[in-house]
Design a protein around this ligand. Structure first.
Ligand SMILES: C[S@@+](CC[C@H](N)C(=O)[O-])C[C@H]1O[C@@H](n2cnc3c(N)ncnc32)[C@H](O)[C@@H]1O
Length: 372
């Protein structure tokens, strides 16, 4: 294979952040040592997939793993039509075939458990002779280094720092061979239980899923408020680990729930939760990030607990999705933390809007889908 960095337009462009540039520089050093002909590379990206694109352009067989459908769609656009990068939107790296190089960028704000889970997944995806490159988005990283030193002798780990002028915006890369790593696979998934109307409900979660290991307070408020009748068809928009969908399905006889989320692990967890409660026939979980729901216009109830970031862009998407999914006269239940925004905006899509302030700073907005 030619030197990946020699044909490295995407990662060299000014937009590529230090974490991508350093990942590519580290990959160039690995290939300078080994010179495989067309190496199989597993990568992920916290940016626009620049390292994956540059390595693929240089002849590597690159699989780019993305856990989230919304970001996968963006990556598809950024990589461009005809990109040789194989983009995989899934919960984990593929089990087979094994890779010669695995490149894992780790963001400080991405969650420690998710980073550790992915780290072990990327290591397990390597051939015995393969190499791991893990990159932290900080020039003075110590956390990621500590994780690696727990798995391999310090002298087996090469460390590179980016030379950014701004000390806060550089990166640190660690390079370690698979054969030097003692992998003790830890199960980061979790089963937890919560009650609804006196009934114990079991849920399943994994790192990266909202909310891992516990029932979120907003979900609690939504579950307590929502009214579900026997035979209702319910749509849960942004289902996360599926707790609201599970409670809805168990609330009354013959309830059917369609649960959508843009996170692959959310869909996996919702399905696992359904199985734990014997609800496989009552809950259908579907990966969707554009608000599309099968059989739109036919649901009786829509429930949603949108994320509190992204300047209400996702809350708007969820409201639009709820309006499209519901039948005329169908009922919305949505929980949030910004009553003023909900008061002003839910009427853009719903009639007879009511807002109830609940404990913990949450509010529940309800509305009826108009006859459009
Ligand atoms: C605050 S969490 C709520 C999860 C769960 N319903 C609960 O109450 O615990 C919001 C969920 O919305 C999902 N989400 C974010 N953007 C989305 C989109 N564009 N389409 C579908 N789901 C999305 C996230 O993955 C997350 O699971």
């Amino acid at each position: 294979m030619s030197d990946p960095a020699a044909t490295n337009e995407p990662a060299d462009e000014p937009l590529a952040p230090p974490i991508e540039r350093l990942a590519l520089e580290a990959a160039r050093r690995v290939f300078a040592d080994h010179q495989p002909t067309a190496p199989r590379v597993l990568a992920s990206s916290t940016s626009r997939g620049q390292t994956a694109a540059a390595l693929a352009q240089a002849g590597a067989d690159v699989t780019l793993l993305e856990l989230e459908d919304f970001r996968a769609a963006l990556l598809r656009d950024w990589l461009g039509e005809g990109s040789p990068v194989r983009l995989v939107c899934d919960t984990d790296p593929p089990a087979e075939p094994k890779f010669e190089l695995a490149i894992l960028p780790v963001r400080r704000d991405g969650g420690a458990e998710l980073a550790r889970d992915l780290l072990q997944g990327f290591i397990a995806a390597l051939e015995e002779s393969g190499t791991l490159i893990a990159v932290a988005d900080h020039p003075n990283d110590s956390w990621l280094g500590d994780q690696l030193r727990a798995l391999a002798d310090a002298k087996a780990i090469r460390r590179y720092q980016s030379g950014e002028a701004d000390a806060a915006s550089g990166a640190t890369a660690y390079v370690v061979r698979r054969s030097d790593i003692r992998l003790r696979v830890r199960d980061f998934s979790c089963e937890f239980a919560f009650r609804d109307s006196g009934r114990l409900i079991r849920a399943f979660s994994r790192p990266g899923v909202f909310s891992h290991r516990r029932l979120d307070l907003g979900a609690r408020r939504l579950i307590d408020a929502m009214q579900i009748a026997a035979g209702d068809r319910v749509v849960d928009i942004g289902c996360g680990a599926g707790v609201v969908a599970l409670a809805a399905a168990l609330r009354a006889a013959d309830v059917q729930v369609t649960a959508i989320d843009s996170a692959t692990r959310a869909i996996e967890c919702t399905r696992r939760g359904a199985k734990l409660n014997g609800l496989e026939d009552r809950i259908t979980a579907i990966l969707s990030s554009d608000g599309s729901v099968p059989e739109s216009g036919s649901y009786d109830v829509a429930v949603a607990n949108p994320p509190y970031f992204a300047h209400f862009r996702i809350a708007e998407l969820f409201l639009q999705a709820a309006q499209t999914a519901l039948r005329p006269g169908g009922q919305l239940w949505i929980v949030g933390k910004q009553p003023d925004w909900y008061q002003s905006n839910v009427p853009r899509w719903f009639d007879r809007v009511k807002l109830a302030r609940t404990g913990g700073g949450y509010c529940i907005a309800t509305g009826i889908r108009p006859n459009l």
